[in-house]
Design a protein around this ligand. Sequence first.
Ligand SMILES: NC(=O)c1ccc[n+]([C@@H]2O[C@H](COP(=O)([O-])OP(=O)(O)OC[C@H]3O[C@@H](n4cnc5c(N)ncnc54)[C@H](O)[C@@H]3O)[C@@H](O)[C@H]2O)c1
Length: 271
Amino acid sequence: MGLFVGKKGVVLGVANDHSIAWAVARRILDEGGQCGFSHLPDRPDDPRQRNRRRVAQLTDKHDAARFLVPMDVTRDEDIRTVMDAAREHFGTIDFLVHSIAHASMDDLKKDTIDTSRDGFKMAMEISAYSLIAVAAAAREILRQNATILTMTYFGGERAVPGYNVMGICKAALDAAVRYLAFDLGPQNIRVNAISAGPLRTLAGRGAGVDDMLTLYEQVAPLGRNIKHTEVASAAAFLLSDMSDGITGEILHVDGGYNIMGSPGRMLDNIK
Ligand SMILES: NC(=O)c1ccc[n+]([C@@H]2O[C@H](COP(=O)([O-])OP(=O)(O)OC[C@H]3O[C@@H](n4cnc5c(N)ncnc54)[C@H](O)[C@@H]3O)[C@@H](O)[C@H]2O)c1
């Protein structure tokens, strides 16, 4: 019997088959759950609807993928459309996956000290405030015992040069996890985050993932990089009843990189 049999929820942040959200969704679907999805809206001048098509190619293969609607998380009406679809298809939901972040390449390439005001606001709105916005919009349809899960990165806890403005967004996102966990605790709704090590995805490439992959391989106690499926396993744990007593937690799925206080075995290559 699958871990998610009888469970229904919403997965936000699938862009393509490399997306972390897709790895998580696949695990939920494989374990008997039902999911609704959003995709980034297509531009009106794109008749090929590339954003929708890329996600539909994945979701169309699964009967338990119940809906796919456009959502720009900066637009409350779009968020409402997703939650209305969830209410229509599922009534109430057991889980909400938020796997969304964005900053302009221009700002990511700059030193943090040169971050633009508008770029900062946009990155914060999409990457941190959006968790609060979707949690608020979902509040009425989240069942007792429901769980919310977001994706964060170590650059919000420590300075990771190159991650820059996104590190500040992740620090805000991590704090939002804790405050939302408090707000929703009385309804027995849990809010957690996974802090993933580097993975090759669209967002990952924008944040300089290739250098980080080399670094993690050399420094992390496990001596290797993590896989999408390992994030999906941890997500399945945090989204299921197996983690019933856990909320406001940031679970590192990073081969142990975050525990290191020195470059570890990488020093052997420097000597
Ligand atoms: N890839 C990594 O190395 C890594 C590591 C740790 C954490 N993360 C985090 O995981 C999450 C998912 O990223 P990913 O690596 O799977 O990359 P991804 O590019 O596949 O996913 C990012 C998603 O954010 C969505 N998005 C961006 N702006 C949006 C907006 N305005 N409205 C709605 N959706 C919007 C994109 O459409 C995309 O689906 C992000 O929060 C990212 O910071 C990634």
